[in-house]
Design a protein around this ligand. Structure first.
Ligand code: DX5
Ligand code: ZN
Length: 226
C-alpha cells in the first residue's frame, strides 16, 4: 500500500530579503509552499529582534498561505491577540516562558487559530508531555532560537521520535532550524511532518526550486519510513 505521509514545507521569512518580501513570498507560494513561517522575536527570550504585528498584517495582504506564527517572546499571552488580528493562522508559544500552559492554550484557541507549543534544544520532551494532547502543533527547535543559518542539531532527533510516538496522526510535528536537503531526511525519518526552512530556501538563488528540492528529499524519506 502506498501510504506516503503528508509533509508540509514552511519557508521562514526570517531569511528572506525584506526589501522584496512580497516577491519572495510570491515565489515560494508559486512553488507550492504549504505554510509561511513567521518568526517573532522580542530581544528578551532570544537575543535578537525580528518582525512584529505590522509586518504580519502586511504579509497577510500579499499571500493566501497559512501564516504559521512562531512567538519567541517572553509574554505570548499578551501579544497573541494582536498577531491573530493581524492575520496569524496559528500561534506557537515556547513552553520555557509559560507558567500556565493549559490556560494559554485555551486563550489562543478561543482566538480561533491553531495552537502550537515549541521546545528549545535544551528542553526535554517531558516538559510538554502533559500539554501536547491539547495542541495542534508541536515545534521542536533543532537550533537554539534567535538566528537563521545555524547547523541542525542531530541530538534533537531522539526527542522528535519520542514526541511522534505520543502525538495523534493529525497533530503536526514541526522541526525548525538548519533544515536542508541533507538534514530533512533524518528529521522526517524521526517523525517530523512539517519542515521550517529559512536559509536553505531564501538563501538560494532560486527559492522556489530550493523548496521543491527540499520537498523531494523529504518525500523520499516519508515513503521509505511508512
Ligand atoms: C530560528 C527560527 C527559525 C529560522 C530557521 O530562531 O525560529 O525559524 O528562521 O532558519 P534556518 O532554516 O536558516 O535555520
Ligand atoms: Zn521559527
Amino acid at each position: 500500500m502506498n501510504t506516503t505521509r503528508p509533509i508540509r514545507i514552511a519557508p521562514s521569512v526570517l531569511d528572506a530579503d525584506f526589501g522584496y518580501l512580497a516577491e519572495q513570498i510570491a515565489a515560494v507560494e508559486a512553488a507550492g509552499a504549504d505554510l509561511l513561517h513567521l518568526d517573532v522575536m522580542d530581544g528578551h527570550f532570544v537575543p535578537n529582534l525580528s518582525l512584529g504585528v505590522p509586518v504580519v498584517a502586511g504579509i497577510k495582504k500579499c499571500t493566501e498561505l497559512f501564516l504559521d506564527t512562531h512567538l519567541m517572546i517572553t509574554d505570548p499571552s499578551k501579544y497573541a491577540p494582536a498577531f491573530v488580528d493581524a492575520g496569524a493562522d496559528s500561534i506557537t508559544f515556547h513552553i520555557e516562558v509559560v507558567e500556565q500552559p493549559f490556560e494559554l492554550v485555551d486563550q489562543i484557541r478561543a482566538l480561533g487559530v491553531k495552537v502550537g507549543v515549541a521546545l528549545n534544544p535544551g528542553t526535554p520532551a517531558e516538559a510538554v508531555l502533559e500539554i501536547i494532547e491539547r495542541v495542534d502543533i508541536v515545534l521542536v527547535m533543532t537550533v537554539w532560537p534567535g538566528f537563521g543559518g545555524q547547523k541542525f542539531m542531530t541530538e534533537c532527533l531522539e526527542k522528535i521520535e519520542l514526541l511522534r510516538d505520543r502525538l495523534r496522526p493529525e497533530q503536526w510535528l514541526e522541526v525548525d532550524g538548519g533544515l536542508n536537503v541533507e538534514t530533512a531526511p533524518p528529521a522526517v525519518a524521526a517523525g517530523a511532518d512539517t519542515l521550517v526552512a529559512g536559509t536553505s530556501v531564501f538563501g538560494a538563488d532560486d527559492p522556489g526550486a530550493a523548496l521543491q528540492s527540499l520537498r523531494q528529499a523529504a518525500r523520499t524519506e516519508a515513503k521509505q519510513t511508512t
